[in-house]
Design a protein around this ligand. Structure first.
Ligand SMILES: [Mn+2]
Length: 325
């Protein structure tokens, strides 16, 4: 049995032996998986490797500034062969999506990830469930690879670390984040500009969608649980994409006295996507896991069959039982 730990030397060894490397991000890509992939692309290119970036999903507009974002491709089944496949921030095989096919055309497989639920599905698994972001582990990986930070790499790592820590506000935020931040600031990190892009500016469809989500807000158990929902009509009426709903659940959670929050949305193919959140010390990942979902203790997700109201009832029941359990 392989145990969960950081293995930067083993990852570096696999990288040194490889020339053609496929770096893969997870479906519904976020700042950490894309920032980590973008940083690895820059580092591996510096080492003379041929790097291809893959992700089964569209890069959110807000992350289009990342160096190399325009090179990210959805696998078509015609890629390869590769000497090495490197997955970053991908908590389990399912979250590779279409990138799973790259395993077949890659001689070796490694991953760098920080999800405590990771089943260690690659040949080499550098996985630290206590790391606040995969990008934190990428910083250490670059040291082991003897790649110096550059202003471009700093932007990538900052994107990963700041987005996965809620801009350095989640309980997972630790001293390692700030010691890396000090190094990033020495690379002329444009902090104020990045903060406006990553945490303040919202596309108009997202602000409109927020108005619809707040209109659906309901409280249960004396306000300890808050729920919101978004239908296809809501998305269409706001000209909004799925990504525009990603952070709206926090508005429900931020109610004083609310301990857990849910945002349910109608996704494609009759599926319902849930964003679940809890405030410390409450956890919500066990509720997600009961429905085949997963994630972090205070931030998890589920995808299940509709219809919307029936799916919401099931998850709300589980949340109420958890609250009173
Ligand atoms: Mn992450």
């Amino acid at each position: 049995m392989t145990e969960m730990s950081r293995k930067p030397e083993a990852v570096a060894e696999a990288i040194r032996k490889a020339q053609r490397i496929a770096v893969c991000s997870h479906v519904n890509p976020d700042g950490d998986t894309l920032g980590s992939a973008a940083a690895m692309r820059l580092a591996l290119t510096k080492l003379g490797k041929e790097v291809s970036l893959f992700c089964d999903g569209k890069v959110p507009d807000v992350l289009a500034f990342l160096p190399g974002a325009g090179e990210i491709r959805i696998p078509t089944g015609k890629e390869g062969p590769f000497d090495l496949m490197l997955a970053v921030d991908v908590s389990d095989e399912k979250r590779l999506g279409a990138c799973t096919a790259l395993r077949e055309v890659s001689a070796h497989t490694v991953q760098i990830d920080h999800h405590p639920t990771n089943p260690l599905y690659m040949e080499v698994n550098s996985v630290d469930g206590s790391a606040p972001a995969t990008a934190v582990m990428i910083r250490e990986q670059l040291k082991v690879l003897n790649v110096d930070l550059t202003p471009e790499i700093a932007v990538c790592l900052y994107t990963g670390i700041s987005t996965d820590t809620g801009n350095f506000s989640f309980a997972s935020t630790n001293a390692e984040c700030f010691s890396i931040m000090s190094e990033l600031m020495e690379q002329q990190l444009p902090l104020a500009r990045l903060n406006r892009i990553l945490f303040r500016d919202h596309a108009m469809p997202q602000v409109k969608l927020l108005s619809r989500a707040l209109g659906s807000l309901k409280y249960f158990e004396n306000g300890q649980i808050a729920t919101m929902k978004l239908t296809r009509d809501d998305f269409n009426g706001c000209h909004a994409l799925s990504e525009h709903a990603d952070t709206l659940v926090n508005y429900a959670l931020d109610t004083i006295g609310t301990r857990m929050a849910m945002l349910a949305r109608e996704a494609g193919g009759g599926k319902i996507k849930f964003s679940l959140r809890a405030k410390e010390p409450d956890t919500i990942n066990d509720v997600a896991q009961a429905f085949g979902g997963g994630g972090h203790p205070q931030a998890s997700g589920i995808t299940m069959d509709g219809p919307l109201e029936a799916a919401m009832d099931k998850v709300l029941d589980a949340m109420i039982r958890k609250l009173n359990g």
